[in-house]
Design a protein around this ligand. Structure first.
Ligand code: URA
Length: 312
């Protein structure tokens, strides 16, 4: 008997496993010298910087002075032949997008984030940002969901498979649990802002590396500034560490009120609390009692801030 069917089944099972793990980029027949490509990319970006205007903020300033108006200027264009969207090269596959060293990427992210005056501008600048490897394998940039200004902002870690497909944060099983948690304290998902520290799904749902988190941080920090929530909730340890800079484990950190302070104006702060991540609660349902305590604390604090703002 031929073993062809079982080999085929094995190949199909392997492909299914790759897909499930988020591996969607194929290998090439010929090797690529990525060191040379990186050096060339750095040279190209430095040359761009020398021929003004190049940065989004410079372009914006130049655009304003040239037109004497608030005309929007699009973010710097990708290199010829570079992908125009997530993993969608405008020339032939494979993508010629390459990783750039972290410090250049962080500086670029900061400059872009600072240049954004609205959430729409921030999203556009993030869409044009090529400094994070995670974008290469992600299907969508998952920017944020909910009102542009909201009293409450939830920040998770990174999109999962469902979020990557939909381009919206917290829509999978964790998101459904988050919605139920909100309902339990009388809140509606559509009234809160929801985002992540990292806007692209890491392949195979692995944790984002510290470098990836640092590269993406200026964008979520600027999103916080623009949404200007009254309360921030960090979901899970990676978010609490990145946003609040805490070194403690989540089981120690959760439920304690802290202050989020802005990079540029450290004197203005926002009350922030870390809670257990819904994905963790799905795996450890017994811990929902801790989440319930934190939700009640959140509800009480929201009532206080409502009282303050209405003068009651
Ligand atoms: N987990 C997260 O941290 N964020 C999402 O958007 C979905 C799952």
């Amino acid at each position: 008997m031929s073993d062809a069917p079982s080999r085929r089944d094995a190949a199909i099972a392997l492909l299914a496993f790759y897909r499930e793990a988020g591996i969607e980029t194929l290998l090439l027949d010929a090797p690529r010298d990525r060191f040379a490509e990186t050096a060339a990319e750095i040279e190209r970006r430095q040359a761009n910087r020398r021929s003004e205007p190049t940065s989004p903020s410079q372009e914006r300033r130049a655009g304003r002075s040239a037109h004497g108006s608030q005309d929007r200027v699009s973010p710097s264009q990708p290199a010829a032949g570079a992908p125009t969207g997530n993993g969608t090269p405008d020339s032939a596959f494979p993508s010629n997008r390459i990783a750039i060293p972290d410090d250049i990427a962080v500086a670029d992210a900061r400059e872009r984030a600072r240049a954004a005056a609205t959430l729409a501008e921030l999203k556009e600048l993030l869409d044009g940002f090529e400094g994070c490897n995670l974008k290469i394998t992600a299907k969508h940039t998952v920017f944020g969901d909910g009102p542009e200004t909201a009293d409450l902002m939830f920040i998770g870690e990174a999109p999962g498979r469902d979020e990557d497909m939909a381009g919206v944060p917290f829509v999978g099983r964790s998101g459904q649990l988050l919605n139920r948690m909100l309902e339990a304290i009388g809140l509606k998902r559509e009234n809160v802002r929801v985002t992540n520290t990292v806007p692209w799904r890491p392949p195979g749902n692995r944790a984002p590396t510290p470098a990836e988190t640092q590269i993406c941080l200026p964008f979520v920090q600027r999103q916080i500034e623009l949404v200007a929530p009254k309360i921030i909730v960090c979901l899970g340890s990676p978010s609490a560490k990145a946003i609040l800079g805490s070194a403690e484990g989540i089981l120690r950190m959760r439920g304690k009120w802290q202050s989020y302070s802005f990079d540029l104006s450290p004197s203005s702060t926002i009350p922030a609390i870390a809670m257990l991540h819904p994905a963790y609660l799905l795996r450890q349902p017994a811990q929902k009692r801790l989440a319930w305590r934190d939700l009640l604390a959140l509800k009480a604090r929201l009532a206080e801030t409502d009282g303050e703002s209405t003068g009651n």
